[in-house]
Ligand binder design. Structure first.
Ligand code: SF4
Length: 467
């Protein structure tokens, strides 16, 4: 208002003209209240009563509106049953007023991080003008896609016809693309989910405390196992060779407990919280059982394998000699067990009982992780270690290396391995072609996938009805 005293302005906009804002309402407490204001004033404290403040706000308001030469715009919020300011009533009774209602949300473009409803998503996607975009992250949003979504959000695969130009642009984005194994698994599970996550790059939407908690436990569990196997590497070699002292010592258990505490603390949890204390206690016991079982099983292999490498990144190039095309893949494995000849068994840690997959799941297009990892040099098997239920299961193991506990359905001979690799390649090449051809407008076939999907709040293909 200080600047306003000196300037006249063509149009004035005043926002938030709600009761309690214009005039502002005081927040009283036991000490500072209307009864005490006079006493406080008398002892020299510079303070205004509610009446004084009303007068001051009214003067400011009059000063502000009197500088408008053409038009005065006053807006107030009608959400949450808020009342308009009494100043508006007064103006209405004395001047000609035009009233209009706006849904202000439709004027605001959400950022990708804020998308949580279908309407947010519509606003997000419809407000892009491709000419303005100088962001390589989103320049693979297609013109025709946007036009379709603008005109009718309920699009389906057959609705979208990519023009040649758009498709060319999209394909360029994927030239020499390095796919992660989890990207291909995401596409295999649900092309639409891939589209949200890797094409539009919509950040995963927070879907509640429960899933956040589970992810935190999963992270801590991975860290604890990694630290344990690194620290006790030499001790475990002896245990595997001799099959002695497989049960964890008190010192090893204390090590696990400390690592769990450390992990939860690093994630910002209070380890004094009863729930977190309980997690630490329960998961330490589960980790102990799992490790003991693991060491016992390792000691039972025909040829001995030892936990050797941890948290390993790797790259794989798959070649298709017929089409002369190569696909670059990269992945990450929790642990590599090795025998003395350099043969490898890959190990993936899982938290939930049902997270481990089998060769049967591979045939049903439900996993690609281990099939792709099997192309890593010298891999003779892959297995899951599952925390809940302390379960160890092999995804596959070559017959020469199987142990007493190997499940016959997971054991492969050379010919079966070749067929398995051939099928894996076919699946990978088909998925990559579909991604390059922009076949994204297909949802998952499995209802349960939608229940745990990060995009379920914005997805038109969601199965299983309302959330
Ligand atoms: S809600 Fe279901 S259909 Fe939609 S992206 Fe997620 S998994 Fe796919």
């Amino acid at each position: 208002t200080t600047t306003m005293r000196l300037l006249n302005t063509k149009n004035i906009y005043i926002l938030g003209m709600n009761e309690n804002n214009f005039p502002s309402k005081k927040n009283y407490n036991f000490f500072y209240n209307e009864i005490n204001v006079d006493i406080l004033k008398n002892i020299g404290i510079d303070i205004l009563s509610q009446k004084d403040e009303n007068i001051r706000d009214l003067l400011r308001f009059l000063l502000a509106i009197s500088t408008a030469e053409n038009k005065l715009y006053l807006s107030y919020n009608t959400e949450d049953d808020e009342l308009q300011s009494k100043y508006i009533d007064e103006i209405k009774s004395k001047a000609e007023v035009v009233e209009e209602n706006y849904d202000i949300k439709s004027y605001l473009k959400p950022s990708k991080e804020e998308i949580s409803t279908i309407n947010d998503f519509k606003r997000f996607i419809s407000s892009y003008n491709l000419d303005d975009i100088d962001d390589e992250k989103i320049n693979c949003i297609f013109d025709s896609d946007i036009i379709k979504i603008k005109s009718n959000f309920k699009h389906r695969e057959s609705d979208i016809l990519f023009d040649d130009e758009t498709l060319k642009k999209h394909k360029l984005n994927f030239e020499n693309h390095r796919y992660s194994v989890s990207q291909l698994e995401t596409y295999q599970r649900c092309p639409q989910q891939y589209y949200y996550k890797y094409v539009l790059k919509v950040k995963e939407i927070y879907t509640g405390d429960k899933s956040f908690e589970m992810r935190s436990i999963g992270t801590v569990f991975h860290e604890v196992l990694e630290k344990y196997y690194r620290f006790y590497k030499e001790d475990n070699i002896k245990k595997i060779d001799t099959r002695n002292n497989i049960e964890l010592s008190n010192i090893e258990e204390a090590f696990l407990l400390d690592r769990f505490k450390e992990g939860f603390l690093n994630l910002g949890y209070s380890i004094m919280d009863a729930k977190v204390k309980n997690y630490i206690y329960v998961y330490e016991k589960l980790a102990k059982d799992l490790i003991e079982k693991d060491i016992l099983y390792l000691s039972l292999y025909n040829r001995k394998f030892y936990p050797e490498e941890f948290e390993k990144k790797f790259e794989i190039i798959l070649d298709d000699f017929k089409s002369d095309k190569s696909i670059k893949l990269h992945g990450f494995i929790d642990r590599i067990d090795m025998d003395n000849s350099g043969n490898k068994i890959l190990v993936d840690y899982k938290l939930g009982k049902s997270s481990g997959k089998s060769l049967g799941d591979f045939e049903k297009d439900k996993t690609l992780q281990f099939p792709i990892y099997s192309f890593v040099k010298n891999v003779v098997g892959c297995k899951y270690m599952t925390m809940r239920g302390s379960n160890i299961s092999e995804f596959f193991i070559m017959d020469d290396f199987a142990s007493k506990y190997s499940n016959a359905k997971s054991v492969l001979d050379l010919e079966a391995r070749r067929n398995f690799e051939k099928l894996t390649k076919e699946k990978v090449f088909t998925i990559v072609k579909d991604i390059e051809d922009a076949k994204f407008n297909i949802g998952t076939e499995i209802k349960d996938d939608c229940k745990i999907c990060d995009y379920r709040k914005i997805c038109e293909y969601r199965r299983g009805g309302a959330i």
